[in-house]
Design a protein around this ligand. Structure first.
Ligand SMILES: Cc1cc2nc3c(=O)[nH]c(=O)nc-3n(C[C@H](O)[C@H](O)[C@H](O)COP(=O)(O)OP(=O)(O)OC[C@H]3O[C@@H](n4cnc5c(N)ncnc54)[C@H](O)[C@@H]3O)c2cc1C
Length: 478
């Protein structure tokens, strides 16, 4: 099969999976009013790989090195800077082309790349072979995947073995001749309800007495014992909103419950090797933060664009303090882009696999997350209060009120009143809506909270070299 069409992908989701949302069991995710938006968002990935434009196809597709068949570039294990740069470009480009991230292969391949690094570091030939076979499987089936890393965690001050019950972290409850049985719950899993495959890795370092929690495996999303409870996303464009240039693209996250799920041995990549749990979590985080910073770039470009265009529509693009704010916005966006390029250009090689530079990838993610709210404030500031108080498209279409809106809501003569209102709608969506509140929390927590990035920066940064220089200058020996 190797490359699927969007329709083949949609059809594959009608597989008896157990999905709940808003108190009801979802019969068919592709027909559900909210979940189908996530389905169509991920389906865009399959549309891009069948693009007739050779430039787009070359970016999203590459020939399988074993079979020669065209496959999704997401399934290319990065071997060098060029591969990482292509992956980053592909992720950013998918948002620019489709209006939202088709998050159907990104997190899953971040997990699988980390699994392959760690199998190699363990020197475990069996795990290496299983990971390779699994890569062959997803390449052949063109699987949409999610990555399930974050556990429910219970009392955060306690390790897995000291929790009120043993299931706050996913763990092995039985080892059988043909496989293992696992129990637990992975939280906030992006695209879980619309994935074909779930790949699971540990979220943290496990201790010697926590071997059952050091477990990694892959499982179909419709496997017996899996139940997903989903966040209701925003859904399609409403009649209240001024029309936008593209359909709504957005994803859905779910808590994924594993209630005594059987996993065959050939899909198990770690089982008990607690000494390597930290390396797996760390390697995943390096791959995944690189994915994160890559997809954040077009988002912050778009939001900065709202600020620039709103300043123009207000007739203020030349005002001194507005220019100062536009400069701050540009510096925020361009620093993220520069750091993302740098993370690809200086990878750490593990065997033949290129891992994005962990220090730089974490610096980039921390820059993004810690500066985001200030960046949004700048856009809100230059745009004006209208981005949260403007009347709706329905009022625009009502003859009783349209005349007043036309008369009073104009701005610079470079824009018609309707164009200005469409721009206000976009700026509202990205900086002032309920959807944006979700994005603000996503910024802080998705791909790991800021403390997780600081921990990795502390591990990687040459702090003692800094101190040695200071000591040398202070005349302190030793
Ligand atoms: C929109 C979204 C999408 C996501 N997608 C995915 C996904 O696809 N796959 C996936 O696996 N995960 C996903 N995540 C999960 C994400 O990685 C976590 O939210 C993140 O790691 C933080 O974990 P938490 O939410 O449990 O917060 P918590 O761990 O509860 O953190 C809350 C605060 O407590 C601090 N804290 C936590 N533990 C300690 C401690 N022991 N000591 C001191 N301070 C502590 C944290 O630093 C933070 O400041 C997603 C999250 C979001 C919001």
């Amino acid at each position: 099969m190797a490359l699927r069409t969007p329709e083949e992908y949609r059809k594959s989701l009608r597989d008896g999976r157990r999905i709940y949302m808003l108190g009801e069991k979802v019969a068919d995710v592709t027909a559900h009013p909210l979940l189908k938006v996530a389905v169509e968002t991920v389906a865009q990935d399959f549309a891009l790989t069948e693009s007739n434009d050779p430039e787009i196809r070359n970016l999203f597709v590459f020939p399988d090195n074993e079979t020669g068949e065209p496959i999704s570039r997401f399934f290319k294990t990065p071997e060098n800077t060029a591969d990482l740069e292509k992956r980053s470009e592909m992720i950013a480009r998918s948002i620019r082309l489709t209006g939202g991230l088709p998050f159907g292969k990104d997190v899953g391949t971040d997990c699988l790349n980390a699994v392959m690094v760690v199998a190699d570091q363990m020197g475990n030939e069996e795990y290496k072979e299983r990971a390779k076979n699994y890569l062959r499987f997803i390449r052949k089936n063109d699987s949409a995947m999610c990555g399930a890393v974050t556990d429910a965690k219970g009392d955060r001050s306690k390790p897995p073995s000291k929790q009120a019950h043993p299931d706050y972290y996913l763990h092995v409850v039985d080892k059988q001749k043909d496989g293992i049985v696992v129990k637990g719950c992975k939280m906030h899993i992006t695209s879980g309800p619309v994935a074909n495959e779930i790949i699971v890795t540990p979220t943290r370092q496990m201790r010697e007495d926590e071997g059952d929690y050091a477990v990694s495996f892959a499982i179909p999303a419709n496997a017996e014992g899996i139940t997903m409870i989903c966040r209701p996303g925003r859904g399609e464009q409403t009649p209240y909103e001024f029309p936008s240039g593209a359909p709504v693209r957005t994803l859905s996250e779910a808590m994924v419950v594993f209630d005594n799920v059987f996993v065959p041995w050939e899909r198990v990549f770690m089982c008990g090797e607690w000494q390597f749990s930290m390396l797996l979590a760390y390697t995943f985080a390096s791959f995944h933060r690189f994915t994160a910073i890559s997809y954040k770039i077009p988002i912050v470009e778009l939001i900065a664009g709202c600020g620039v265009a709103m300043a123009e529509s207000n007739g203020l693009e030349k005002a001194g303090h507005i220019r100062g704010k536009l400069a701050q916005m540009a510096a925020y966006v361009e620093t993220l882009k520069a750091l993302t390029r740098a993370a690809a250009r200086d990878p750490i090689m593990y065997g033949g696999i290129a891992m994005p530079n962990p220090l730089v990838a974490n610096m980039a993610k921390l820059h993004f997350a810690s500066g985001y709210h200030n960046f949004i404030q700048l856009v809100q500031d230059v745009s004006g209060g209208i981005i949260t108080t403007f009347p709706t498209y329905e009022d625009w279409n009502n003859p009783d009120t349209r005349g007043f809106m036309e008369h009073y809501l104009g701005g610079s003569d470079k824009f018609t009143t309707e164009e200005r209102l469409r721009l206000i709608q976009q700026t509202h969506r990205w900086t002032a809506s309920a959807e944006h509140a979700h994005m603000e929390v996503t910024t802080v927590h998705a791909e790991g909270s800021m403390e997780a990035q600081k921990m990795m920066i502390l591990l990687e940064a040459p702090l003692s070299e800094y101190a040695n220089l200071a000591k040398q200058m202070a005349g302190i020996s030793g």
